[in-house]
Design a protein around this ligand. Sequence first.
Ligand SMILES: NC(=O)c1ccc[n+]([C@@H]2O[C@H](COP(=O)([O-])OP(=O)(O)OC[C@H]3O[C@@H](n4cnc5c(N)ncnc54)[C@H](O)[C@@H]3O)[C@@H](O)[C@H]2O)c1
Ligand SMILES: [Zn+2]
Length: 357
Amino acid sequence: MKKVHVKAGGSRDYDVTIGRGVLDRCGELLSPLFGGGKIAVITDTNVAPLYLERLKCSLMRAGYEVCSFAFPAGEQSKNLSTLSDILEFLAESKLSRTDAIVALGGGVVGDISGFAAGCYLRGIKYAQLPTTLLAFVDSAVGGKTAVDLRAGKNLAGLFYPPVAVIADPGCLSTLPGEILADGAAESVKTGVLSGEELFSLVEQGKIMENAERIIELCIDYKAKIVALDEFESGPRRLLNLGHTVGHAIELLSGYSISHGCAVSAGIAIITRAAARLGICCYADCKRIIAALKACSLPTETHFRAPELAEAALSDKKRSGSKITIILPRTIGNCELVEIATSELCGIIEKGLCPLEE
Ligand SMILES: NC(=O)c1ccc[n+]([C@@H]2O[C@H](COP(=O)([O-])OP(=O)(O)OC[C@H]3O[C@@H](n4cnc5c(N)ncnc54)[C@H](O)[C@@H]3O)[C@@H](O)[C@H]2O)c1
Ligand SMILES: [Zn+2]
């Protein structure tokens, strides 16, 4: 069992506990943090039949009264209507300010449960129990919560850190391959950002075999970045490597291309562009693209530069005539570069042509 401390400011700091079997020890791990009382487990309809019973048993062994709410699995549930159902459920279950929530599931469950915890009775405690690779390596740590609005993804939410993250890599054994790939793309991203130790693991492509160590190193890196910049006004924006073009690919595909596959192509495109601009050395660029391929992830897209740039710039969260992109220099050294929006299309264009061998 390994612990990573996340600094979220004073009494809001929390630990991530990582280890096989910790799901069955949630009760004992959470009771010093939650105190006694009631726990509402929020999950989805895929995860509930797999892990809810084990979690409930562990919580009840520690003396908790447990209730649970499972909403239909998938991003289409990450909306105000499900949030409202969760809040009504918490009220009907008579959760008080001293009770708590446990989010059991992937990024969708984590994001919406964190939001519910942040606004129910003006904020009650919650813990994250991630069950997808993406949630382990990215969404469970950092305190960002959200739901989607009709105008776009993640447009309503809070920065509201959990009191604990309990990560049991054993949960990955039931994960379908295409969902594992989404997390693999974020793991390669973190490898490019953080450096050789993690990158040399992910470039082997054996994500499941090395899952525990990959998760530890990704969480270590994310914890460091969040401690530097909790509210994403500075270096935390590095975590968006590959995401400007990735979001554009997702949008243009009508979300038929998954986030991970879109981000993978986005990383490849921006890295090739950085190489052509003389910012990234060719050897590292080739290694990054090879790592994505080793994880069976795409490194190209059939969309063209003008439509990608237009889609990227249509993002509702962006404003003004400038945009910040993330360019790799070397593995372990990426930089935030502010460019004029009019330059984006040309940069994407450079990243679309394959590299000469
Ligand atoms: N808060 C953040 O910092 C942050 C960061 C990155 C992504 N996100 C959000 O995360 C979401 C994507 O996360 P996700 O990919 O985990 O999606 P998800 O929660 O929808 O999970 C993907 C699918 O896997 C199923 N599943 C979950 N765990 C399983 C398991 N162990 N075995 C079998 N099936 C399982 C789910 O039911 C779902 O169908 C997006 O909404 C995104 O916006 C948030
Ligand atoms: Zn992402």
